[in-house]
Design a binder for this molecule. Sequence first.
Ligand code: ADP
Ligand code: MG
Length: 750
Amino acid sequence: MTDLFETRLEDVVGGRTAKKLAAAFEHRTVRDLLWTAPRTLLENGKTSNLIDLVDGESVVVSAKVQSVSSRKMRDKPGHITEIVIGDAALGRVSVTFFDAKPFRARMVNVGDFGVFSGKVSTYNGRRQLVGPRYTLLRADGAIGSAENQLSPEVALLTGAFIPIYAATKDIDAWAIAQSVTLALEHIGGAEDPLPARFRAEHGLMGIVEGMQAVHRPTSYGHWIAGKRRFAWDEALALQFVLARRREANSLIPTMPRPRTPGRLLDAFDQRLPFALTAGQREIGDGIAAELLGPAPMQRLLQGEVGSGKTVVALRAMLQVVDAGGQAALLAPTEVLAAQHLRTIQALMGDLAREGQFGASEHATRIALLTGSQTAGQRRAALLEAASGAAGIVVGTHAVIQENVQFADLALVVVDEQHRFGVEQRDALRAKAGTPPHLLAMTATPIPRPVAMTVFGDLDASTLRELPVGRSPIATSVVPADNAKWVDRTWTRVREEVAAGRQVFVVCPRIGLADGPDTDTLPEDEPDDIDEPDDARPGADGTAKVIRPPLAVLDVAAHLREGPLAGLRLGILHGRLPAGEKDAVMEQVTAGDLDVLVATTVIEVGVDVPNATVMVVMDAHRFGMSQLHQLRGRIGRGAHAGLCLLVTDSQPGTPGRERLDAVAGTSDGFVLAQLDLAQRREGDVLGAAQSGRATTLRFLSILTDEDVISAARLEAQRLVAEDRSLRGAPNLRAHIEHVVREQAAEFLEKT
Ligand code: ADP
Ligand code: MG
């Protein structure tokens, strides 16, 4: 059967329009075009809000004609026609045409209702549309377009709703609507890849009816129902791929790694200076049982910053070491890898000094593998990993490299899971003889539907309580233009240092003259940063200079000479040589530095219980989850923490609202949800799946939890019944199209 959705657009809408659609949106097939819903619906007869039109924006608006006037141009041949549309409540805009002949004024009447699409500009301080495409519904009920002939758009105007497509300067909303009309005719006889039973069970429209509802709805509810059908298609496709992945992981049996009494883990538990929390114990027991195999563990461990995930992971690592295997711990940065090494060494003491004098009988070794080691250090670490001498290998991405070998890799622990994509996880798994167990940890709470989609091949557990003795953190926003508050900030810093505590100052930029100037992390700057000092002309009419984000080197120099003179101040950022980074972190840990001015390299995992104050400069440049991570670096000891968010973003702006939200709650889950809601979904999926663009058009992985969890069950059922979908080739092809590369590549692999 030929798939009507696969027809090339040039065969349906003509070569010229097809070229434009390809250039503007990369639409090549009927599917590409139809799989893009209208951006919005205009209710027929209802006036758009014209007050908020933005200069330079391409818009489609509907409004009533208020006045029409026409005159001959003075210095050129031709006529200007000015039509004012809108009303007092929703604003007025003038629509201007330059025509050779004065025909226009005769065709447009006061009281006509019209839809206009064009680009907003400003003339004499007034918003206007110059030469837009338009269609009028006359006051007398007749329909006319610019040339007063029946055109495809006229048909659109007769519906209850007018679908408005996202347009570009090369192709306008009407042309897209027209192409969609042709495409809808083309797929009239298409077969539905979703079985009828399935659609009936979940109350889903058929594919043709659904496409009609999405593009030519008869009511708002109709539109929503149409979009829901395709959200289902997408959810099912994603969940099917994830179910296949889960199944494939469980098909190859792994070696059991049972808990062996009287060895490392027992000795470790005995020397642990604190009692495990109930959550640590419970999740730990679950993991211990899963390590018995035969299906390799695939677990995501979520837990607030400081909830004690590392100890849970370390106990799992020790169990596999006791059973004769090795464990690898992967961290997203060198600073964090080095920190993990120190933490683990401190917690294990002589249990980690195999071969050294005074080591415990069952001791093992920990090897460190990072990208910036000397050749000699690296060789030694590689040897320890390959020979099995190192029970635990801690490192960065360097561990994934090809020449790294393990004697018997039994468990892979990935810290800050969201920084690692599926491929990296697979690459690590490939280093083991039998499939290793996987424990992924993240401190960024992931809303359930996102977790089910992005990490749907993992089972999740969550550490809910913080260990006792954790201190509260107070957070305040400090307006940078309030000199008194800023002074007070640095006075507080001095007070804390005088009391023997340490302080972090975080800046968005490093401040080096050349090369990359930020420690780029997938959590990039929010894209709606409101620049208080942007290039808008100041009151005196001169353009203000855009101030670059504050930099570590500049801020450190300023503090050293000014407000924090006399304190022991250090610097940390991603472009310092690795040895220097380690040295700085060791000074901080040893209490030899009072203040550390740093980039977000300290965002994850840095554990300095004596640090009590965190000052974030240009705080509006950070995402909410990132700020939450950052402040998690303080209040880790016996003393209460204080987090100060310094910003020149003004009250009421999105940037300031983000900061107020961070100051207003210490619940990371709430912040993560707010943060995600502000980001584009593609960014969420993209960052989690190592930058791959999402193909989701209808499914919202933030809000469609019901669809996603139902689709997950259906996908599991499908995989159990017919894992390659041999009996449902249409469905298989459909799934491959919906999740393109992901599915195609995966279905081939297995
Ligand atoms: P996470 O990785 O979840 O952010 P960590 O594992 O780094 O948290 O733990 C943070 C700090 O709390 C560490 O200093 C750790 O030794 C300590 N810690 C972990 N579990 C407990 C516990 N049950 N009781 C007291 N302190 C704990
Ligand atoms: Mg940690």
